[in-house]
Design a protein around this ligand. Sequence first.
Ligand code: HEM
Ligand SMILES: *[C@@H]1O[C@H](CO)[C@@H](O)[C@H](O)[C@H]1NC(C)=O
Ligand SMILES: *[C@@H]1O[C@H](CO)[C@@H](O)[C@H](O)[C@H]1NC(C)=O
Ligand SMILES: *[C@@H]1O[C@H](CO)[C@@H](O)[C@H](O)[C@H]1NC(C)=O
Ligand SMILES: *[C@@H]1O[C@H](CO)[C@@H](O)[C@H](O)[C@H]1NC(C)=O
Length: 383
Amino acid sequence: MVSSTSTSAMIPLFLYFILMTLIANTYAKTCTTQTLTDASNNNILYANCMDLPKLNAFLHWTHNASNSTLSVAFVVTPPFPGGWVSWAINPTRTGMVGAQSLVAYKGDSGVVTVFPLNIQSYTMTSRNLTIDTWNLRGEEDGGVIRIFVNIKVPENAVTLNQVWQVGPSVSAGRIDTHALAPENLSSKGPLNLDGSQSVVDGVDSRTKRKNIHGILNVVSWGFLFPLGVVIARYMRIFPCADPTWFYLHVGCQMSAYVIGVAGWITGLKLGSESKDIVYSVHRNIGIAIFCFCTIQMFALFLRPNKDHKYRVFWNVYHHSFVYTIIILGIINIFKGFDILNPVEKWKSSYIGVISVLAIIAVFLEVITWIVVLKRKSNTKEQQ
Ligand code: HEM
Ligand SMILES: *[C@@H]1O[C@H](CO)[C@@H](O)[C@H](O)[C@H]1NC(C)=O
Ligand SMILES: *[C@@H]1O[C@H](CO)[C@@H](O)[C@H](O)[C@H]1NC(C)=O
Ligand SMILES: *[C@@H]1O[C@H](CO)[C@@H](O)[C@H](O)[C@H]1NC(C)=O
Ligand SMILES: *[C@@H]1O[C@H](CO)[C@@H](O)[C@H](O)[C@H]1NC(C)=O
């Protein structure tokens, strides 16, 4: 029994570490943790962002197709405090030559200087861009430089060539050549205006985190928690399953709680990132589930003894909370499906899993009644 106790205690611990690593990794270094608003557009959040694949740079943008305006915020840390940073659109080709750039650096006075730079060749530049730009602005915060700009883009534009770079220093107002390391030579690529390409491995990082949030909550409230209840309700009537059922039950509920809390935190995080869209029902049910479940965990310590006269009240309370949590959990999972709108097969798979669990529960409920009736008639016969 010792081994079974320690195993059931190890499972939640192990899951906890895996989940924390998963969450820490997905939240590190992504543009979605930078909530940048567009001062040129009523201070609303930029519609899209992407983690640029080189030089640890980030791009936030909103494309308004009806007036052919692209509003951009470029975020990057220069290699040295006095270094320059630059982001550009190249209307004619890929790469640096032809790039219509915007360059920024923090001068000795602490003021951020930002100016346009038309890179006609590797050696020839001018301050006259071939594209229309306005609202050009730069700022610096804790070493990070941000360039904000509005750009007129061609009508019906879908993809633009973008180029970005960081350089070591600025001498007498002229930027010094950047390094030619592989990273510095591959800092260029397409910019899909509709945001479809914040795509890393097929899914953009925000959707990825939404999926993690969904999986955590489905596994915990939608599966482990009801499974633990089924185990507690039906396994314990079999004397041979005692006390295994108890350890399985506690293992399930503790894992469900740990995973569920992780899912809840990812949910709060996602919610705090999108201030303009609030799914209040989904959010409030989520908070209620968390509160009920936390009360439930503490109530375990206040449980009266098996034959205490108040035990029956405790049982009524315990069971009503458990069923409330299961029902709210499943409702919220379907609310989440509606928000995330995953491929239909995920929803159907979950419906399949939960139905199988429900069928097993009904089946065991019947068996339980039969066993209980048999026991009663046996005791009668013996009398
Ligand atoms: C003083 C100004 C600059 C000088 C002298 C300079 C010089 C160079 C040279 C010589 C190369 C070619 C390396 C090679 O092909 O072996 C290069 C590549 C590159 N530069 Fe610059 N550069 C300057 C400013 C910029 C700026 C402002 C940007 C950002 C918009 C930029 C982005 C790039 C990129 C992405 C590449 C690699 C892709 C390509 O070759 O087109 N450079 N640079
Ligand atoms: C187009 O609309 C955006 C707001 O969506 C505004 O920021 C931008 O300045 C407008 N562009 C022009 C050319 O008026
Ligand atoms: C795009 O620009 C037009 C014209 O300036 C404006 O009426 C519209 O509200 C803008 N759309 C968005 C999504 O900002
Ligand atoms: C930049 O454009 C302005 C006006 O459009 C023009 O007067 C000036 O000569 C141009 N400068 C260069 C370096 O092309
Ligand atoms: C890119 O260029 C900057 C400045 O020239 C340099 O400090 C940095 O190390 C380069 N990046 C890489 C990955 O070498």
